[in-house]
Design a protein around this ligand. Sequence first.
Ligand code: CP
Length: 313
Amino acid sequence: MDINKFVPKFRLSQSNLLNLSDLTAEDIFELLYAAREMKKRFRVGENYPALRGKTVALLFGNVSTRTRVSFEMGIRQLGGDYLFLPKSETQLSRGESIRDTAVMLGRYGISAIVLRAFTEAQVHEFAQYSSVPVINGITDETHPLQVLSDLFTVWEKKGRLDDLKLAYIGDGNNVASSLVMGCSKVNMDMAIASPHGYSPSQSIVERAMQFGNVLITDDVAEAVKDADIVYTDVFISMSEEDDEEKKRTLARYRVTPEVMALAKQDAVFMHCMPARRGEEVSAEVIDGPQSIVYDQAENRLHLNKAALALLVR
Ligand code: CP
């Protein structure tokens, strides 16, 4: 389906945003059109009061720059309020159940809950017992908001989503898994180059292959050939201990100018950030003319606002 021929209704088929596998291509397009609308209004200083009188709980289990600030600023720009709740300062850290927490937050008049650094199972359990929309702000396995925002950035930069190839190089982590699912749903070809043992989970890849073309390889040149987008992420994720062996194994998967030269001439470089220059990407690439990482980071704001505006009614 061509996103440019889609007519948005600004409605989702889901009442939560837990995973890209739950969303249809139409849902993804709805979110991207809404993000485009949010960005247009932001650019001219016009605010859309979708959250007037509403409060969103941001229940975070780890540190964050982009997710936290884009939600806090986005909620303010939508005329709402937020409660930032570090998980370590709630009774969850002392063993209170997800069920009791989820039920109770709704009773206090919270209108939506963003969960960060819970497990996939906990996010689903939260949604099961919550009377208000639950949004997955990252798990060890998935990062759906990041990838929705990345698809919005690709649409802006390339003017389309289908008939493109995205090459992901490096650790097959949560972002890679969500990219596989997101790209497949919108008919974008995807190739992942990772060393043996670091590919995204087989079950996610198999599910994604029902929707689109996914190539899994250990050969960087094969993945990057004819790519329109080259994407990478840190070698050591937040939930992992520093691991010198893993960094040594992944070292030849660094995105360098030589790797970028194997992609299409007009290829762009993406990274969800935070980045470690000299590890997964050379400074010449991330700070060079093909890099769109700051636009990509900004779009987290517009996409998060779109998600809240479509989910909170
Ligand atoms: N990309 C991302 O989720 O950034 P933060 O960890 O800073 O939120």
